[in-house]
Design a protein around this ligand. Structure first.
Ligand SMILES: *Cc1c(COP(=O)(O)O)cnc(C)c1O
Length: 431
């Protein structure tokens, strides 16, 4: 039986000093119930909590840790780097090295700007798009999450979807009015929005594979259609590849689907577990940024040397022969095994997967959109989550998130996970 006695004490104490006991809402486990395990350390594909429980981790810091926890290469680079100081607020060669790597991997990116989070990346990319086009409005898709900047909070996925928050109080009506929210995976509403307000739309921002309503891959032709429509109307196409960048292919979803956006937002894997975001695109767009151009964006800790080192070490690990094949093979086994377990237990589950990101939705319908994602039985997911946690498998504490497979996962982890899933689903079927 799982004891969380120490985590429970830590949780009580956390709630005395931190708003909601956490620094990011979904960590509070409200959607799945129970005490969030307080983590003491991570190693490879495993997490260890204060009570000494061990878990196979499929959150992997929300996808950032594609090399797993405390990979020796990342740790060693960080240890060496920290001796030289933690921040200078002045240029380093590390920033150039990581930017060069990004430019090599993403043909749509000629220049890069590093920031400290995915939120900052999308917020800044939108500012740049507005400046470049002289237009105000942004099109986003319901259920896509692009961080918590005001213009992007309307009908966002992730935590907002988990908590049933359509938009956030504190976002002014004026800001909200500049955001047009449309259904993911449908082109007609995009055509319609452009035919009505084309001259006012600065950009379309999209998760090329949605990960924040659970994993929903793009419908055939959706991304190509967005490319064509935005080009025709002189608007920019922004791919938010904060999850998909470096995960689905070295050059992200744009490489996988063969669609080149004007601007790309990166984060998570790029920082190898340290706080990083980045945005980039064609030279003439990026040269609008200060100091070359008038669009202001800055950061005290941007391009932080430790974060650059962790990112460089992580991208180096992804370069090893067979890295993506390994992620693909393990993730395919996991997805197939979950489907089989669901059939065996008679608990309908729709497993969506693109590469090493996947979601098991508790629904009998295929999940191809926000609407179909939200048909999932969240109470069932909560029971599944608890049953898996008890069996040492740490899944995202919400139905509307992805599970991430890392390079540190192996056949042993997948086998153990599938055994746990078979038991957990049987338990759900009989309750
Ligand atoms: C996580 C995420 C963000 C926000 O990144 P933060 O580093 O949490 O600010 C933006 N877009 C997508 C697609 C994300 O998954």
């Amino acid at each position: 039986m799982l004891s969380l006695a120490r985590s429970e004490l830590a949780w009580q104490e956390a709630q005395r000093y931190l708003a909601g006991g956490v620094n990011s809402p979904v960590r509070a486990f409200r959607a799945v119930g129970g005490t969030p395990p307080f983590i003491q350390r991570g190693a490879g594909a495993r997490l260890y909590d204060l009570d000494g429980n061990e878990y196979i981790d499929y959150v992997c810091s929300w996808g950032a840790l594609i090399a797993g926890h405390a990979h020796p290469d990342v740790v060693e680079r960080l240890q060496r780097a920290v001796e030289r100081g933690t921040s200078y607020g002045a240029p380093t060669e590390l920033e150039t090295a990581l930017a060069r790597r990004v430019v090599e991997l993403f043909p749509s990116i000629e220049l890069v700007r590093f920031v400290n989070s995915g939120t900052e990346a999308t917020m800044s990319a939108i500012r740049l798009a507005r400046a470049a086009t002289g237009r105000a409005k942004i099109v986003k898709f319901t259920g896509c999450y692009h961080g918590h900047a005001d213009p992007l909070l309307a009908t966002a996925g992730s935590g907002l979807l988990t908590f049933g928050i359509p938009s956030s109080p504190g976002v002014t009506p004026g800001t909200a009015a500049d955001t047009i929210s449309l259904p993911y995976n449908q082109l007609e509403p995009v055509e319609e929005a452009f035919s009505q307000a084309g001259g006012e739309i600065a950009a379309v921002i999209v998760e090329p594979v949605a990960g924040n309503m659970g994993v929903v891959p793009p419908a055939e032709g959706f991304l190509q259609g967005l490319r064509e429509i935005t080009r025709r109307h002189g608007a920019l196409l922004i791919f938010d590849e904060v999850i998909t960048g470096f995960r689905l292919a070295p050059g992200g979803a744009q490489e996988l689907y063969g669609v080149q956006p004007d601007l790309t937002c990166l984060g998570k894997i790029l920082g190898g577990g340290l706080p990083v975001g980045a945005y980039g695109g064609r030279r003439e767009l990026m040269e609008l940024l200060a100091p070359l151009g008038p669009v202001y964006q800055a950061g005290t800790l941007s391009g932080n040397p430790l974060a650059m080192e962790a990112g460089l070490a992580t991208l180096e690990l992804l370069r090893r022969p067979g890295a993506y094949e390994r992620l693909e093979a393990l993730s395919a086994r996991l997805a197939d095994g979950l489907r089989r377990a669901s059939e065996l237990a008679g608990v309908p589950v729709a497993v969506n997967r693109t590469g090493s990101m996947l979601t098991a939705f508790f629904t009998s319908e295929p999940v191809t959109s926000y609407e179909t994602a939200t048909l999932a039985d969240t109470a069932r997911y909560a029971r599944f989550h608890q049953a898996m946690l008890r069996r040492g498998v740490y899944l995202a504490p919400s139905q509307f998130e992805a599970a991430f497979v890392s390079l540190a996962h192996g056949d042993e982890e997948i086998d153990r996970t599938l055994e746990a899933a078979e038991e957990a689903l049987r338990e759900i079927a009989s309750s």
